[in-house]
Design a protein around this ligand. Structure first.
Ligand SMILES: [Mn+2]
Length: 406
């Protein structure tokens, strides 16, 4: 049995015991202002941010009737519009929030549990469902691995919600930078066009430019409990000490053509050659398992979590381990580009145990009629556990069964 088949079966076992969240609406999210983190006094800015979060979380879905052919490729969009002045105010607060923290953010153990999210790619409606399923922002720590924008239908709304949550909960919400949070990438893959389409009166392109400035302020990496390193792309030959991320990368910065910042958002595991290779992407590098293993041992890391890829092995699970089990690739956007893939998040508990939560698309022919009518095509596919540092066999985290414990 392949790993993906096994995890799919495990997901099914759990799916039967869990409520189908596809009918869950954002209405049941409580008012963000009631989930106080204690990050400061109530200021006009915080009233603005709370109002924005509430509006984005509670907005209903758009009717299916008038959907364009392109829109029909995706889940229904959320019916919400953020005014230009509100976007600019949000961007200003967000860039300040990012620059107050370092390029390598540290999430201490007392901030656990933490949930790690992989790529979102403008799937705003699905992001809301995932957050609703996992737990409200402010009650647990969120670490996002980047690629919030491009490809999907509502990049602006998705990134605005995440920026507002960052401002509201600066020590609970961490948004790492992906390769798509950059001028050169967003110009090609949809975000620039979405800004043009939704802000046609913005002749100076202030909305787009302000988003780009926010992206240029984002951190590049997170270290959870000193044991789990997170970034969007992966390792870099220029990364010798973890603090190099703080000392070398000065923000705001564009993603340069080469160097540490580039590799953190662009590189991939899985080189065919020994050690480091040029990436087939045409930018940055790929590397083999020995590079990952040595890096983890040298820095006393349990493992590394990164996003950036949805490989064939991940279609049914939303995640994939490198062969030595030291690196997990996580992809959260389910049914990405209508491809029917499963998405996943990874939750880290106190004691550093970890658990995947899987979001599995339902084929429309398997849907109950009411769900089909609402186009609620996703369900919470369940959870699967692993305990990384207890594993003897790193090549297969599920070798001893579903849950590996001492
Ligand atoms: Mn990426």
């Amino acid at each position: 049995m392949t790993k993906s088949t096994r995890s799919r079966r495990q997901s099914r076992q759990f799916a039967s015991g869990m409520s189908n969240v596809s009918t869950a609406r954002a209405d049941s999210f409580s008012d963000a202002s009631s989930s106080s983190e204690g990050d400061g006094p109530v200021t006009p800015d915080m009233v603005f941010i709370d109002g924005l979060i509430e509006r984005l979380m509670r907005a209903p879905l758009k009717s299916r009737v008038k959907r364009s052919r392109r829109a029909q490729q995706f889940a229904p969009e959320v019916d919400v519009y953020i005014k230009k002045d509100d976007v600019l105010r949000l961007c200003c607060l967000a860039s300040d929030a990012f620059l107050k923290q370092s390029s390598l953010v540290r999430v201490p153990k007392d901030m656990l549990p933490a949930t790690i999210f992989g790529d979102i790619h403008g799937q705003f409606r699905d992001l809301r469902i995932a957050m609703h399923t996992i737990g409200e922002p402010g009650e647990m720590t969120y670490v996002f691995l980047g690629d919030y924008v491009d490809r999907g239908p509502q990049s602006i709304e998705a990134v605005c919600l995440l920026l507002a949550l960052k401002i509201r909960h600066p020590h609970r919400v961490f948004l790492l930078r992906g390769n798509h949070e950059d001028y050169n990438t967003t110009l090609i893959y949809g975000f620039y066009d979405e800004c043009q389409r939704k802000y046609q009166d913005d002749t100076e392109q202030l909305v787009f430019q302000n988003f780009i400035h926010v992206f240029n302020c984002m951190p590049f990496s997170a270290l959870i409990g000193e044991k789990i390193l997170c970034m969007h792309g992966g390792l870099s030959p220029d990364l010798e000490k973890l603090d190099d991320i703080n000392t070398t990368i000065k923000r705001p910065t564009m993603v340069p053509l080469h160097g540490l910042a580039t590799d953190l958002v662009w590189s991939d595991p899985g080189a065919c050659n020994v050690g480091w290779s040029q990436s087939t992407r045409g930018i940055s590098f790929s590397y083999d398992d020995s590079v990952i293993e040595q890096f983890c041992l040298r820095h006393k890391l349990d493992f590394i979590v990164r996003g950036h890829q949805i490989t064939p092995e991940m279609q049914g699970s939303g995640y994939h381990f490198t062969q030595n089990g030291r690196m997990v690739t996580l992809f959260t956007a389910y049914n990405y580009l209508n491809s029917g893939n499963t998405g996943a998040t990874l939750q880290i508990f106190p004691g550093m145990k970890a658990q995947f939560r899987v979001f599995r698309p339902i084929r429309s022919k398997d849907m109950p009629p009411q769900a089909a009518a609402n186009n609620n095509v996703y369900e919470n596919g369940g959870v699967s556990n692993f305990v990384n540092n207890d594993r003897k066999d790193r090549t297969n985290p599920f070798a001893d069964g579903f849950t590996l414990q001492k």
